[in-house]
Write a protein that binds this ligand. Structure first.
Ligand SMILES: C[S@@+](CC[C@H](N)C(=O)[O-])C[C@H]1O[C@@H](n2cnc3c(N)ncnc32)[C@H](O)[C@@H]1O
Length: 230
């Protein structure tokens, strides 16, 4: 099991090391994504492909309850370790499972999040339908990615080496539209111009963004967050 396979489905000791590293390395892109999710104190949230569980922990600080799900037992175990206290307090539950068939009732969650994971989902459009099924009417689906699909040697290389797909915003918007999601908003980070570009219903807005806190490797990545409503 090599480095790239562990991104898709972490396994064993190396998988655990990589998950811990992802908790750290994905922090800037995750926080940037999370600022686009308005978490309310009574929200019940699901994080799909929860990996090392740090985003579950972050959201549990604001929400009533956060569920994490991942098809890797290594991810499930580390997420449980990282959220030990929150699980004890009844604020977090972590389960093993695949996004293609989520073990939750229809209309359960106020928000579903997916950070750095949709590249690996089989039949992504169908999986988006599964996310929609478990969202409440009016609930939000947030997809966070370290790639906007157009750039980025690292992602293109990964795509060649393992079973993963890098998407651009039009592809993601298409999968969402085909599942009748509405109010689709795309947030793109334009690293060169230190701007955040927002695309909403055909309108493009540009805003200055804060680049003071990004790591060396993040300088080579073009982030994208997509938010949609059921
Ligand atoms: C690159 S890691 C990202 C982890 C975490 N969300 C983060 O941002 O650091 C991708 C995670 O998605 C999980 N994953 C990939 N495909 C999945 C699927 N079909 N169902 C559930 N989890 C999946 C992997 O096991 C892995 O933990």
């Amino acid at each position: 099991m090599g480095f790239f396979d562990n991104m898709r489905k972490p396994k064993g000791k190396l998988g655990k090391i990589q998950l811990k590293s992802m908790n750290k390395e994905h922090t800037p892109v995750s926080l940037w994504g999370l600022k686009h999710l308005d978490i309310k104190p009574d929200d019940v949230i699901l994080d799909v492909g929860c990996g090392g569980g740090i985003n579950v922990k972050r959201m549990a600080e604001k929400a009533q309850k956060v569920y994490g799900i991942d098809y890797s037992i290594e991810s499930v175990n580390l997420s449980r370790e990282v959220n030990y206290q929150e699980i004890y307090d009844g604020k977090v539950e972590i389960q093993k499972g695949n996004v293609k068939s989520l073990p939750y009732d229809d209309n359960t969650f106020d928000a579903v999040t997916a950070f750095e994971t949709v590249y690996f989902w089989p039949d992504i459009e169908k999986c988006f339908g599964e996310v929609k099924r478990v969202l409440k009417l009016g609930g939000t689906f947030l997809i966070g990615m370290e790639s906007n699909g157009s750039d980025n040697l690292m992602m293109r290389l990964s795509e060649k080496l393992i079973d993963m797909n890098v998407y651009d915003d039009e592809e993601i918007t298409g999968f969402l539209t085909n599942n009748q999601f509405s109010e689709i908003t795309v947030y793109l980070r334009d690293g060169k111009n230190k701007q955040e570009i927002i695309k909403s219903n055909g309108n493009v807005i540009r805003m200055d963004d804060d680049y003071s806190n990004i790591s060396f490797s993040d300088k080579f990545l073009e982030w994208m967050t997509v938010v949609a409503v059921k």
